[in-house]
Design a protein around this ligand. Structure first.
Ligand SMILES: [Zn+2]
Ligand SMILES: [Zn+2]
Length: 339
């Protein structure tokens, strides 16, 4: 009875119920055959592929698919099949920046090539913002968006509002609003919020304060529903959380690269590259960074906070900046007789 203990420890690693069920089923089949013949070996590839595709679609994290692939060599080969990778859930491709590696990049590339819109979106964001591969990043985002991926539509909207990856003249508020409207129609809350602010401000669309306010209320209500339903599902992350996973990745990525930079700063001053001048969106959980200097909008009161979007600015004002901005202004007034 050595096998059962080893296998059950593997089973515990998978957090997704579906993965655990598959592994348990395999364990039972193996144990049921006293001679150690793996009954799974007799299953046709098509069936195993269908099961693994189900695991990929329900995975609660990259570890679930990895756990299934670790089961045996045949599983490992079949788990890398496009029919499985194309079904990868948002959570299955939600990697952490601390675990970024060439193998991780390759995994996302294969999922994206197999047609996973979640992978196209996640890799698109990583390429565009973190790796600086603007063209391939934007192309991946466009592929996800054209497949109806709401977060990718919203991501493209933010690129249009800022002219990201290009110059100031590349800003296209109308295109941004159109993309936001599509994402909002698909139920994407940040897009709904952004659209509300655009209508209130008359940015990229005709000003309509009442409609803007209506959309903002709608966004707030949807956000409350999302928060309460996430609380009900204790432990398990929802598939939609993959939208936030790209932001989480970027936040972690910039924190890691800042730590690396400050460790390296003891050496020679590294040539004043303008990456140091590029600002992160001050709405901390957003994770977007400017692609050129002065790309993001600044807080008009203090000038020290910068935002990728109106929605990020409004959120940060509510959550943190209201207090900080006042304090900054007071400090400024106290520090100098301004004139
Ligand atoms: Zn401010
Ligand atoms: Zn932002």
């Amino acid at each position: 009875m050595r096998k059962p203990t080893r296998r059950s420890s593997l089973v515990k690693k998978g957090s997704g119920g579906r993965t655990t069920a598959v592994l348990l089923a395999k364990q039972e089949l193996v144990l049921g055959h006293g001679g150690g013949v793996d009954a799974f070996d007799r299953l046709p590839d098509d069936l195993v592929l269908a099961v693994l595709a189900g695991v990929a679609a329900c995975a609660a994290g990259p570890a679930d698919l990895a756990a299934a692939a670790l089961t045996c060599r045949r599983f490992r080969e079949l788990a890398a099949h496009p029919a499985v990778l194309s079904r990868a859930s948002a959570a299955a491709v939600s990697l952490r920046a601390g675990r970024w590696s060439e193998a991780a990049h390759q995994f996302l590339r294969r999922c994206a090539a197999a047609g996973s819109l979640h992978a196209c979106y996640f890799l698109g964001m990583v390429r565009f913002y973190c790796l600086g591969s603007r063209a391939t990043g934007a192309a991946l985002l466009a592929r996800a968006a054209s497949g109806g991926h709401a977060a990718a539509l919203y991501a493209l909207a933010v690129l249009q509002f800022n002219g990201s990856g290009g110059g100031k003249a590349d800003k296209d508020p109308r295109a941004g609003v159109a993309l936001c409207a599509r994402a909002a129609w698909l139920g994407h809350v940040p897009a709904l919020r952004e659209l509300g602010h655009c209508l209130q401000d008359g940015y990229g669309a005709r000003r309509d304060a009442a409609a803007g306010r209506h959309l903002l209320l709608h966004a707030a209500a949807r956000e409350l529903v999302a928060i309460s339903s996430a609380r009900c599902r204790r432990g398990g992350r929802r598939a939609e959380d993959g939208d936030d996973a790209a932001s989480r990745f970027m936040v972690e990525w910039w924190a890691l690269s800042a730590a690396k930079k400050s460790a390296a700063a003891t050496g020679e001053g590294d040539g004043g590259n303008d990456a140091a001048e590029l600002r992160l969106c001050s709405q901390a959980p957003c994770g977007r960074r400017e692609t050129r200097r002065h790309e993001f909008r600044r807080c008009s009161a203090c000038g020290s906070a910068s935002y990728c979007s109106r929605a990020c600015q409004a959120l940060d004002w509510k959550r943190a900046h209201r207090g900080q901005c006042g304090a900054a202004a007071a400090r400024w007034l106290a520090a100098g007789d301004a004139y």
